[in-house]
Design a protein around this ligand. Sequence first.
Ligand SMILES: N[C@@H](CCC(=O)N[C@@H](CS)C(=O)NCC(=O)O)C(=O)O
Length: 243
Amino acid sequence: MPWVPTSRCILITRGAELDQIAMVVKVYGEARAVCPQRVIHCLVEKGVPFELVHVELDSMEQKRPEFMEKQPFGQVPYVVDGEFELFESRAIARYYASKYADYGPSLLGRTVEERAKVEQWMDVEAMNYNPVAFSIVWNAFILPARGLARKEEKAAAAARKLEAILEVYEKQLAKSRYLAGDEFTLADLTHIPATRYVVENCDMAHVMEGKQHLKAWWDNITARPGWKKVMEFVETGANKHQP
Ligand SMILES: N[C@@H](CCC(=O)N[C@@H](CS)C(=O)NCC(=O)O)C(=O)O
């Protein structure tokens, strides 16, 4: 019996042995924002109950002093887990993937070598992929959504860079089903939120064209019930997850 939820706390047991008590996790952020989505998706995959505390980015709630005491860069997300607090979406995802390593999919690999490969692709996502994907989303989606002109040249230049990065992914995904091997891990999960904006909201779906392994990977990882749940949060405005 891995999970015994109660109204205020979750008892986590292995066999008969009580390992630890965790308060329901509070995720501070907005469901439609890319970085909170990484955290929400990870918690859903791991079967961790949580509450999403809405932080309104349009009204700059993330820059208020009380928020910046928790996240000193004035950005979402951060989490509160009992006495423990953490910001940075990838660090939070790593934390829960490690903390609940024995529950749900093994999101960080099973050996130190597997973990090293997951970390490698997570670093690629954070350092190579995300800045380019973000530039597309900013110039082709966020600016127009704020009533400003779409910056076509900048978006197109970023799209060309993204295509070059995705050529590398195509080669990798011809060798393994997922980026870091044959199992879904944080290496895949961390890519999903920004990529969804690129292909669905920026008129840039062509970046995947002609890359059959990439396309199969994308269809596979976005068909996961865990990711569908994240989209439900966005669409319904739900703020609680109780697996
Ligand atoms: N490296 C941080 C980046 C956080 C970040 O950029 N969050 C965005 C939403 S995805 C945000 O808060 N934007 C509003 C702002 O920067 O004021 C993380 O991964 O948590």
